[in-house]
Design a protein around this ligand. Structure first.
Ligand SMILES: [Zn+2]
Length: 148
């Protein structure tokens, strides 16, 4: 959203809010911008009073009602991604329960078929696995039902 300082042919100053420079040009060409004081359509841009350090001469008058931007909730997006990831893991990993650390080692040292597993490991086991160079990562302990 950008704000332009505008004036009509009678030098009535006002402000217009636009999506972009193109939006301004389009609205001007289509006669959609009218002076709020005399409804003249002879509108031109004037140098911004703010940039010149002058007091703003008129209150802001939107050329049209400003549309509120759609709210973007990043937090719910991240949660949805985590939920998807967790559900994918739950669906595709073999649950080895408390044998997780043992089984992860066997897979790493090719003593067991390579596959994705999940299970429970203590913090000590988790650290030990990482130190051995075994790729593990920890999720908060989740059951599918926890995420809904
Ligand atoms: Zn005017």
């Amino acid at each position: 959203m950008i704000i332009f300082d505008l004036a009509c042919q009678h030098d009535h100053p006002f402000e217009g809010w636009f999506q972009s420079h193109e939006d301004f040009d389009h609205q001007l060409a289509c006669g959609l911008i009218a002076c709020p004081q005399c409804t003249s359509l002879e509108i031109r841009r004037v140098p911004s009073a703010v940039h010149l350090g002058l007091p703003t001469a008129a209150a802001a008058v939107p050329a049209r009602p400003a549309l509120p931007a759609a709210p973007v909730d990043l937090r719910s997006g991240a949660l949805a991604a985590l939920r998807q990831l967790t559900e994918m893991l739950l669906a595709n990993c073999e649950d080895v329960g408390s044998d997780f650390a043992e089984e992860a080692r066997r897979i790493h040292y090719v003593e067991a078929p390579e596959r994705s597993i999940r299970g429970e490991a203590s913090s000590e086991e988790y650290e030990a696995l990482l130190e051995e160079g075994i790729e593990v990562f920890r999720l908060a302990r989740l059951k599918p039902g926890d995420l809904h």
